[in-house]
Design a protein around this ligand. Sequence first.
Ligand code: G3P
Length: 213
Amino acid sequence: MKLFIDTAIIEEIQTAATWGIIDGVTTNPSLIAKAGKDLVSVIKEITALIDGPISAEVKEGPAEAMVEEAFGYARLHPNIVIKVPMTLEGIKATARLTKYDIKTNVTLCFSVPQAIAAAKAGATYVSPFMGRLDDFTNDPEAGYKLLEDIRVAFDNYGIETQIIAASIRHPKHVEQAALAGADVATIPFKVFLQMLEHPLTTKGLEIFRNAGK
Ligand code: G3P
């Protein structure tokens, strides 16, 4: 499973880049707003730090407007992936961008039919949102089940669209993403750090540290 970092905060990406395990970056309008910079400057900075797919999200609107906006971002760097919202206009925009060989990531996916529509439009990636679906359904396995079902549906037809497990809130989501066969997990900075923790690792370290004292 590839590991992307889900952030637009440059300092986080700079730090994560030194770990040697980051395959790509996803951003979204909320993350860009949190970073307090404009999308183009953030994207340019990220391309200098990470050599892998970098998702830049277009504003929801008519397909033509999204395609035009996408051209502007795609021109910035060959690693740019255009994140497109899951709407009918978004599907139309994705199909257009596919014809231009521009990579896409259809976002805000919460069902198998939505994922099938994205794949049919030629999306490079589709992003099912685990955390938000778990919250909405009050079921900690709802996102997991969705990933599993999309995996089965895609495998039934040899669909090459890659599944990005998004809206990851904790290490359990990373585990669920891997068990469900997601191609990518896009993980917030703090969850990356939490992934390395286990009470027995902490305890073991303490025992080793104290050995021989
Ligand atoms: O990048 C999209 C996604 O990961 C958003 O996560 O926590 O806002 O649901 P969240």
